[in-house]
Design a protein around this ligand. Structure first.
Ligand SMILES: [Zn+2]
Length: 278
């Protein structure tokens, strides 16, 4: 289905261009720069241009198409998500913790890492939801659609070969969606996903800092972002020991505060139900 906002960015672009053009023309014709109509036209142009730039970069993009980053609900539920795996030994440790806690999570796997550890990828997929996180974990924000398509298709192929499942979720590496990334993902049958809270755990902060960042930022319907791998690196270059050590306490605290845990598709379904009931 065509996203209802699929053409909204064109209106923003027209406003940006027209605002700048009107302000420029008025100035060229001798109107004072500080006259109200000139300033209004320039302001509208700048605001529209700023909105376009912001929406290009944000993991919560709205203007160029839907990026799911939280469920609009007051129910105390969260979706735990993990990026950049599979990566031995961290992914396995996480699987043990989640199994012990009776929680299903969502893992955005990197195709290259899936090729390296297909059995671990399959183990993840047998218990949890799996999404595509490209093949080589590149910056796609400014890439041509052809490059985006190749990265996504290679990721799909690697994950399908290892797990037998074809992901219907996609999260862009480094978090910056461009409009072309969103439309290619949708063409390939994947919904784009962001997050509502993260811990900057790729910088390997201490365990208690990771816990505090997640627990302070999380709310009903939230999507947490943590990492079980690091780009396309393998152990020992990839070190996610702090993240894995933080997860048990994060889960205990959330449970103590009455939170339940859903996979991303389950959280998306809840969001859709809540919207219908309003
Ligand atoms: Zn990543």
């Amino acid at each position: 289905m065509k996203h209802p906002r699929a053409h909204a960015w064109k209106a923003a672009a027209a406003t940006a261009v027209c605002g700048a053009a009107v302000a420029g023309l008025r100035t060229a014709r001798g109107h004072p720069v500080r006259s109200a109509p000139t300033l209004a036209a320039a302001g509208a142009g700048l605001a529209a241009g700023g909105l376009m730039a912001y929406e290009w970069l944000t993991p919560r993009s709205w203007l160029y198409g839907p990026v799911f980053w939280h469920a609009r609900t007051s129910e105390r539920v969260v979706a735990l998500t993990f990026d950049d795996g599979p990566c031995h030994p961290y992914t396995g440790h996480l699987l043990e913790i989640l199994d012990r806690e009776g929680i299903r999570a969502t893992f955005f796997q990197v195709g290259n890492n899936v090729r390296r550890e297909p059995n671990l990828a399959a183990e993840v997929a047998s218990q949890h939801e799996v999404g595509n996180h490209t093949f080589t974990h590149p910056h796609l924000t400014w890439s041509r659609p052809g490059t985006v398509r190749e990265e996504l298709l290679r990721g799909q192929e690697a994950i399908h070969d290892a797990t037998g499942t074809l992901p219907q979720l996609f999260r862009v590496p480094h978090g910056w969606y461009g409009p072309q990334v969103i439309s290619v993902a949708e063409e390939l049958g994947m919904r784009c996903v962001g997050w509502s809270v993260m811990a900057w755990d790729w910088d390997r902060p201490p365990t208690d800092v990771i816990q505090r960042r997640i627990l302070h930022g999380v709310g009903p319907g939230g999507v947490t972002l943590l990492h079980d791998g690091q780009d396309t690196d393998a152990f020992p270059k990839a070190d996610r020991s702090h993240t894995v050590a933080a997860v048990s306490d994060i889960i205990s605290s959330l449970k103590a505060n009455g939170y339940g845990f859903l996979t991303l598709p389950e959280l998306m379904d809840l969001d859709a139900r809540e919207r219908q009931s309003k």
